[in-house]
Design a protein. Structure first.
Lengths: 432, 219
């Protein structure tokens, strides 16, 4: 249990409440998904945790086993029979505690398992729902729980020496890029990954630079600067909603037509696909990934790109943007316009392996040894492309690969696609 | 009433009653649960994502090239015995006569010798399915009573059918009665276990495919 979770309930009471809540809230679609599974086990063959370890506990559908048990006992067609005859036992606190490792430490919520199922079950959606119940049971990992709690309360996942607002302005001054703040009547509202502010300020500057190049009226908002959503990672739906609402309200306040998601895959899922559902109605603005937005500007002739001097490149498709988000062609259009010599990995676009850090796993300290094992699958794929360097469109991927570089002494440095775009801009006054 | 009359009389009627009511309730029970509305702006048009969902009913029958090395053998085994079962149920003369009695029309079948050959191959493949389930660490871990009992009852129908057509081990009437009783048992078990995937597989592929396609996601 989370030591920080503070209520009068015992762990057993909390787990019982969470499982009853799960069964009541499950909904027709998830029930259908649970009902349809034929236990073929093929989802294991899509999961990098199983591929790297061959440990059957990492079979994706096994990760929701206690929740299947709770559903059958509480809400399925023959639930009374299962209960009366003791055919399905109530899920226990000990059982669920064991599953914390499977649902958080060893799942990036990457969705690759959903592509292999012969029944067509979206296993990743079931795992995401199971994380909600784990959170309600007080079983979200402490790293994710504390960051989510801090973010829903303050807007940023952790306290910082200087407020992010000041850091953003300092980055603007350092790189000579305007960082409009708290303006209204804008075309585009921007936010940034906290990872970029902390580790990759050049990526923040690149975002400002490309917006400046496009000449659209844009702004950051002091009260909604951070793109990541630790409520989403931790399974805390109410906090996910609160964190999303902060951005939604600010986008409405500045009358933005577009809320632009920077290079951050999970922020894209949280805002593009889940925020409106949590908001309870359609959003009065568009949510777009920065690569999508730039690809449209390129197509319309507003984004002018010259040749990039980068040599051969492989590209890490962020799972949430491509496989789960459908935005996989945009980065390729940008790379093509810059004349990038792209060496695709064996598994690319929708079939790409996760970097290993997604789903909040990179934040969970105890998960690091297993994460490094799974990352070797991905690193091998990158190595065999024989590319000079590799790009990604997600700061979490970048951060995870940077960590791998340090851990393995790997000779590859991940680079930001957005930064490459920013360095390849051709002013309107110059010929292409 | 002799055993055969019982098997194809009251026992069959009860089994079919359980089958129809059970299947109906199993489907209706989750449809009564909450259906969430999607408020996010779809990437694809309604026509496009519904079409992709419908296409997924066929495309998910064949593994994506990225997975085929790991899952090809398992899928081949699975689809092979399913095809065998379909052939036996739908192309064997006595089965056609039985189904024709229920539906009011019949169709041409395959010679009995061919069906017997298919049944032997199917039973062998089906034994392979059990072997795989108990020897694969993944499948062994995720398997439960439903998986083993469903396998047992399906194999029972298959073997009693083979014994009946070959007049093996007892009087034909006794063998036929046992075979029909095994079918009755299968029909009674059907709504309670994984045999329900017969009704779920196509809607599942279509629905999940359409939901993913709505986002422009990989299907």
């Amino acid at each position: 249990m989370n030591e920080i979770q503070n209520d009068d309930q015992t762990p057993e009471q909390r787990v019982a409440g969470a499982m009853t809540g799960y069964s009541k809230e499950i909904g027709a679609l998830s029930a259908f998904r649970l009902e349809s599974c034929i236990h073929c086990g093929m989802c294991a063959d899509a999961c990098h945790y199983y591929i790297a370890t061959e440990d059957p506990q990492y079979t994706p559908i096994w990760k929701v086993e206690p929740f299947k048990q709770a559903y059958k006992r509480e809400a399925s067609a023959f639930a009374p029979v299962f209960r009366w005859f003791g055919l399905k036992r109530a899920v226990t606190a000990e059982q669920l505690a064991q599953w914390q490792h499977l649902l958080f430490d060893s799942c990036n919520m990457c969705g690759r398992c959903s592509l292999i199922c012969p029944i067509g079950i979206d296993v990743a959606a079931l795992i995401e729902q199971a994380r909600h119940a784990m959170f309600d049971a007080g079983l979200a990992p402490a790293e994710l729980y504390t960051k989510a709690e801090h973010q829903q309360r303050t807007g940023q996942p952790e306290a910082s020496v200087e407020p992010y607002r000041e850091q953003l302005l300092a980055i603007g001054a350092q790189f000579g890029v305007a960082m409009p703040l708290d303006e209204t009547e804008v075309d585009v509202m921007l936010c940034v990954p906290r990872t970029d502010i902390d580790k990759y300020p050049s990526a923040v500057a690149a975002l400002g630079r490309v917006m400046q190049h496009l000449g659209v009226k844009h702004t950051f908002r002091s009260d909604a600067l951070i793109a990541e959503n630790y409520g989403y990672y931790s399974g805390g739906q109410e906090w996910q909603r609160a964190i999303s609402l902060r951005l939604i309200e600010q986008a409405i306040a500045c009358r933005a037509k577009v809320l632009l998601i920077p290079e951050c895959g999970h922020a894209y899922t949280a805002l593009r696909w889940e925020a409106a559902d949590l908001y309870g109605k359609a959003l009065p603005f568009q949510v777009m990934a920065v690569t999508e937005y730039l690809a449209i500007a390129l197509h319309e002739g507003r984004l002018r790109l010259g040749k990039a001097d980068i040599g051969s490149v492989s590209f890490q498709d962020p799972c949430q943007l491509d496989r789960k988000g459908g935005a996989g062609e945009a980065p390729r259009a940008l790379m093509k316009a810059m004349g990038v010599d792209l060496h695709e990995m064996q598994n690319n676009r929708g079939f790409s392996f996760c970097c290993g850090g997604g789903g909040g796993v990179v934040d969970i300290e105890r998960a690091a040894p297993l994460r490094y094992r799974t990352m070797e699958v991905k690193m091998r794929e990158i190595d065999v492309t024989n590319s000079d360097s590799f790009l990604t469109g997600c700061s979490d991927c970048r951060n995870t690969f940077d960590d791998a570089q340090r851990h393995f002494g790997w000779n590859k440095t991940p680079q930001s696609l957005l930064e490459l775009v920013a360095t390849s801009l051709v002013p309107a006054s110059d010929p292409l | 009433m002799d055993l055969l009359s019982f098997a194809r009389g009251p026992a069959l009627k009860i089994a079919m009653g359980v089958f129809f009511v059970g299947v109906f309730w199993r489907i209706v029970s989750f449809m009564l649960l909450r259906i969430r509305r999607e408020y996010s702006r779809p990437r694809a048009s309604l026509l496009r994502y519904v079409s992709i969902g419908l296409f997924a009913t066929a495309s998910r029958s064949w593994p994506h090239p990225q997975f085929i090395k790991r899952t090809g053998a398992g899928e081949a085994l699975g689809y092979s015995y399913h095809m065998g079962l379909f052939a036996i149920i739908l192309a064997y003369g006595p089965h056609i006569a039985f189904l024709g009695g229920l539906l009011g029309f019949t169709w041409p079948g395959l010679p009995s010798s061919v069906i017997t050959g298919i049944a032997v191959v199917t039973a062998t493949l089906f034994a392979g399915v059990l072997y795989r389930r108990v020897t694969s660490p993944v499948m062994r871990m995720i398997s439960n009573f439903d998986d083993y009992f469903t396998w047992f009852i399906t194999m029972l129908v298959l073997l009693t059918g083979l014994a009946t057509s070959a007049h093996l081990g007892a009087r034909y009437e006794t063998l036929l009665a046992i075979h029909i009783l095994s079918v009755d048992a299968l029909l009674i078990w059907f709504p309670f276990g994984k045999l329900m995937h017969a009704f779920y597989i196509m809607p599942s592929r279509a629905l999940n495919g359409a939901i993913l396609a709505r986002k422009g996601a990989a299907t």
